[in-house]
Design a protein around this ligand. Structure first.
Ligand code: THU
Length: 160
């Protein structure tokens, strides 16, 4: 038996004003997308924005459904839009923002496990890591250097 240790590092910003101009611009797009979310059941709105190598910004937000599991997260709406409209254009960065009409979301909201898996597919496909920035409605923002940092031991096509 041997033990291994996996550690990740992330940058933590106190608030949106600490971000670089580029990061702030992308986060503002995620916030704009979040405001258009369709979340009548959970009241929890999420917005995601992907910056592509061709300078396009692709956004997505959560789309809920009366049959709850038929809804979809913001991150997967965005990544599949990008994969569908720009199949061979690299993703340079992802920004995510979440808010609730029930309570103030003041801590960073990372993508759910299923979204991490879906996002990971595209990071592996493009053979280039992309940083992920995530926040709530206000407060701290976390920035990881890659999707891989958020999903160690991920499942990929090498197992198939
Ligand atoms: N949600 C996202 O859009 N992204 C996540 O990573 C976590 C959760 C959405 C799904 C659902 O519409 C609402 O947030 C509450 O779970």
């Amino acid at each position: 038996m041997r033990k291994i240790k996996i550690s990740i590092s992330a940058a933590v910003f106190n608030d949106i004003t600490e971000l670089s101009f580029e990061d702030r611009t992308l986060m503002d797009k995620a916030i704009g997308a979040r405001k258009k979310a369709y979340a009548p059941y959970s009241k929890f709105s999420v917005g995601a924005a992907l910056l592509l190598e061709n300078n396009e910004i692709v956004t997505g937000n959560n789309q809920e459904n009366a049959a709850y599991p038929s809804g979809m997260c913001a991150e997967r709406v965005a990544i599949w839009k990008a994969g569908s409209d720009f199949p061979n254009v690299k993703i340079l960065q992802l920004a995510i923002s979440a808010s609730s009409s029930i309570s103030k979301v003041d801590k960073p909201v990372g993508p759910c496990g299923a979204c991490r898996q879906s996002l990971s597919e595209y990071e592996i496909k493009q053979k280039q890591p992309f940083p992920v920035l995530f926040m709530g409605e206000v407060g701290e923002i976390i920035k990881t250097a890659s999707l891989d940092a958020l999903l160690p031991f991920s499942f990929d096509s090498s197992y198939l």
